[in-house]
Design a binder for this molecule. Structure first.
Ligand SMILES: *Cc1c(COP(=O)(O)O)cnc(C)c1O
Length: 361
């Protein structure tokens, strides 16, 4: 006889990991293509020597380093096993009743519906408008049952971002007892005008109901080590620490994050090259007739509607794995120039473009 498992888990959408395929170019998971910096590799090797010892459960040294970097106090920072763990912990600290609502735009980060259901809460979604957050509609969807709002900025998987002015107006409209999580996993790729640059940490300084999520997985290139952080009011951070799975951020992850933070200039310089590649890809795709919204991240969204799955399969057959969202479109990470060239050779080939570029248009 099999053990009794919560029956509602049957309806949880299975998380679809980015496919990997030996030999294929992988532009499916928004990772960086370059490995860790030498300083990070050295810190990792040193930390491994102490693998017999538990890590610091409070990530004290990393939090102190982040606090200095961000101009906040360590009491404003929680560290998690990837920022996705912090997303889950945010549901845990806000939702206690199945009627409690977690609000977010859709389509957005695939983890939101899963962690909401795992957390026994109710998901409420608001459609994007032209692939961009519709913040007025999101604010209008707040009810007295809303406990948590996720705003993914830039948005995964569409790559679009909302600016500071619009974001502030939204934050000011939401009641102060509703926690708003600004998921800034792609913050380092934002290049909006200085006056409209949306910096969640700044926005959260005088708004105790705003918490910001950032990660070492994307621009910092440590996706395999699992470390992200939350910045917010001490009360929110203290609650996050209560639900934190003990020791879930490994010693190796903490050490690598500290070393990467110290070497951030080198890492952030790399984002310029990624952005240049992303823009080059977008220009070529637009010229071939594809519909590609402006991206503020390290990836592009291509609207393909009903042709999505077929396009992704054809791309895989051409040696490039991308992320399909059936019936809607695909997300393509900007990788190394030669990887991007391989994708563009496939996508902009006249036969491919004729078949897909105007799909559904
Ligand atoms: C990648 C990503 C994350 C988190 O990644 P971790 O590896 O768990 O830190 C969070 N939010 C969004 C929108 C992402 O795309």
């Amino acid at each position: 006889m099999t053990a009794h498992i919560r029956p509602d888990l049957d309806s949880i959408p299975a998380y679809v990991p980015g496919r990997s395929h030996p030999g294929a170019v992988k532009l499916a998971s928004n990772e960086t293509t370059i490995g860790p910096l030498p300083a990070a590799s050295k810190a990792i090797a040193e930390a491994v020597e102490l693998a017999n010892r538990y890590p610091d459960n409070q990530s004290g040294e990393l939090r102190a380093a982040l606090a200095e970097f961000l101009g906040v106090e360590p009491a404003n920072i929680a560290v998690g096993c990837g920022s996705v763990a912090l997303c889950q912990e945010l549901v845990q600290i806000t939702c206690a009743d199945p009627a409690d609502e977690v609000l977010y735009a859709w389509r957005s980060f695939e983890a939101y519906p899963i962690i909401t259901q795992v957390g026994n809460a109710t998901a409420v979604t608001v459609p994007l408008r032209d692939h961009v957050h519709d913040l007025d509609a999101l604010a209008a969807a707040v009810t007295e049952r809303t406990r948590l709002v996720f705003v993914c900025n830039p948005n995964n998987p569409t790559g679009t971002a909302v600016g500071r002015v619009e974001l502030e107006r939204f934050l000011d409209r939401v009641p102060g007892n509703v926690l708003i999580a600004l998921d800034e996993a792609y913050y380092e790729y934002l290049r909006m005008t200085p006056g409209d640059h949306p910096d969640g940490v700044e926005l959260a300084r005088n708004r105790p109901n705003v918490v910001v999520l950032r990660t070492f997985s994307k621009a910092y290139g440590l996706a395999g080590l699992r470390v992200g952080y939350a910045v917010g009011a001490p009360e929110v951070i203290a609650a996050l620490l209560k639900v934190h799975i003990p020791f879930s951020v490994s010693r190796v992850a903490q050490a690598a994050a500290i070393a990467s933070l110290e070497a951030r200039h080198e890492l952030l310089d790399r984002t310029e090259a990624v952005i240049a590649e992303r823009d080059r890809m977008r220009t070529a795709l637009l010229a071939a007739g594809y519909r590609v919204p402006v991206s503020e991240s390290n990836f592009l969204w291509i609207t393909l509607d009903a042709a999505t799955t077929e396009f992704a399969e054809a791309s895989a057959a051409a040696g490039v794995l991308i992320r399909p969202f059936a019936g809607e479109g695909v997300r393509v990470t900007a990788g190394d120039p030669h990887e991007n060239d391989l994708f563009l050779r496939f996508a902009t080939d006249p036969a491919t473009a004729a078949r897909f570029a105007r799909a559904g248009a």
